[in-house]
Design a protein around this ligand. Structure first.
Ligand code: UD1
Ligand code: CA
Length: 479
């Protein structure tokens, strides 16, 4: 027997019930498309080839595959004439395929790689020609039923719409995932007919045909019936997302992550979280996000493609393509936009926004700031309300704040400009020229006080009365 292994993934049907211009298998589920999850599970099987059968919205699916899984081959099924037809077309396109072929559906994303391995290993070990993955479910409505003999041997699959009353009572269903001996599958697919309620070529008929041809047919029962759930509409998509969320959260908790409220914590399958991380309620961790050990995230924080170092804290904040260094503090209410790089021990606090900005080790931007297209040196202090005017209306310009520099409250740094190491900017300044090391820059109008102005202009008003009272009191005490 050849040891070659491959997979055929069926994804030609559009999935009309999604009511979407997007192909069903391209809908997103915690960090990957439905198809992406299936591809990920099959990848772990160490397959020689993976073939995806495409049809409806073929250009969308092809573009997705080219971007995400360039090693995958595609075969076009121009008309969707049934699952058997789809596999037949695929096998015709790869006449040299031998060994074991796994057939799976592109819209069943929860199948664990371990289950697929178990299917393939059981199939090969038993020397089966066909092995179907089944599950025992509470509600088998609409699914194919597995008909077994009295001694438990798999006889055939009957589709819901073709089933007799006693067959409808069967709760063991066909998952739509199988392992086949390629050569036998080719022979049997040549025999299938369209004599069923839908007038389609059913792949499921191969089970009975294979048995009738005297070749062994078996079944592997999937212990967790949620693994075989498919997705036909958006309500089911939400249900799959809930199940996957629980699975991801449980795995993370078992690996040493504290998740205070798993029901409101949404972590993509692609995210990495280290031990002793504390995730408070209401967080979303997405894409290529990774959080190192001992950090605290949340509550109510969204991190997308963001790297958080060890022992950092990100509280009630939003970050996209940012890097938060070891021990850094972010939030509450901070917005880290793409290419924000916070070094070790730095702080970006309440209502501060950063973009394309390197914040040096220990530097602080504690409140109400915008720092964009800028570098802030180690240990620098950015006072409350400091903003960088980085946009000329035409182009973005850079600002540099040196190590240990001190920018006092409510100053504007008009880029391009550099405030050097150890320089000082007085509160309320508008800085348009470079400040050298150790210099103080004051760039604001000088204050003038006009005596008697209120009495002259605002006589009889409440302000005037307050002024008069204060002046009289001070006279009495001889000030
Ligand atoms: C199929 C099985 C059923 C099983 C169920 C599990 C058949 C006849 N029935 O039913 O026993 O319980 O899956 O979910 O196989 N597809 C193509 N080309 C086609 C038709 C379908 O690529 O011509 C693809 C679809 O895009 C989908 C998959 O095959 O990804 C399954 O097709 P679908 O029509 O959903 O089959 P079910 O009726 O669900
Ligand atoms: Ca289906």
């Amino acid at each position: 027997m050849s040891s070659e292994r491959s997979a055929i993934i069926l994804a030609a049907g559009l999935g009309t019930r999604m009511k979407s211009t997007k192909h069903k298998v391209l809908h997103e589920l915690l960090g990957r498309t439905l198809l992406g999850h299936v591809l990920r599970s099959t990848k772990s099987l160490d397959l020689d080839r993976r073939i995806v059968v495409i049809g409806a919205a073929a250009d969308q699916v092809t573009a997705h595959l080219e971007a995400q899984a360039p090693d995958v081959e595609t075969v076009l099924q121009a008309e969707q004439l049934g699952t058997g037809h789809a596999v037949r077309i695929a096998l015709e396109a790869v006449p040299d395929l031998t060994g074991t072929v796994v057939v799976a559906c592109g819209d069943a994303p929860l199948l664990r790689p371990e289950t697929l391995s178990r299917l393939v290993e059981a199939h090969e070990k038993a020397g089966n020609a066909a092995t179907v993955l089944t599950a025992v479910v509470d509600d088998p409505h609409g699914l194919g039923r597995i008909v077994r003999s009295e001694d438990g041997a798999v006889l055939r699959n009957v589709e819901h719409r073709d089933a007799e009353a006693e067959e409808l009572a069967i709760r063991e269903i066909n998952s739509g995932t199988y392992a086949f001996d390629v050569a036998v599958l080719r022979e049997q697919l040549a025999k299938i007919t369209t004599a069923n309620d839908q007038g389609e070529e059913y792949l499921t008929d191969v089970l009975e045909l294979t048995r009738e041809a005297g070749r062994p047919v078996g079944a592997v029962v999937c212990e967790d019936p949620t693994e075989v759930l498919g997705c036909n509409d958006r309500a089911q998509l939400a249900e799959l997302r809930r199940i996957l969320r629980e699975r991801i959260n449980t795995d993370l908790m078992r690996s040493g992550v504290t998740i205070e409220d798993p029901a409101t914590t949404w972590i993509d399958a692609t995210v990495k979280v280290g031990p002793d991380v504390l995730i408070r309620p209401g967080c979303q961790l997405k894409g290529a996000t990774a959080v190192d050990s001992g950090s605290e995230i949340g509550p109510d924080t969204t991190l997308t493609d963001t790297i958080v170092g060890a022992d950092a804290a990100v509280v009630r904040s939003h970050a996209d393509q940012a890097t938060v260094g070891k021990g850094a503090k972010v939030g509450p209410y901070a917005h880290l936009r793409p290419a924000s790089k916070l070094a070790e021990g730095s702080k970006v606090g309440a209502f501060a926004e950063t973009k394309n900005a390197e914040i040096g080790a220990g530097a602080k931007i504690p409140h109400l700031s915008y720092i964009g297209d800028a570098a802030v040196g180690a240990g620098a202090n950015i006072g409350c309300g400091v903003i960088v005017a980085n946009y000329s209306g035409e182009s973005k310009q850079r600002t540099e704040v040196g190590a240990g520099a001190f920018i006092s409250c409510n100053s504007t740094l008009v880029a391009p400009v550099k405030v050097d190491d150890g320089a000082y900017v007085a509160a309320g300044s508008t800085i348009t020229e470079d400040v050298a090391p150790g210099e103080l820059a004051i760039a604001r109008a000088r204050q003038t006080n006009k005596q008697g102005w209120v009495a002259e202009r605002l006589a009889g008003t409440a302000v005037d009365e307050a002024a008069r009272r204060a002046i009289a009191e001070r006279r009495e005490i001889g000030e």
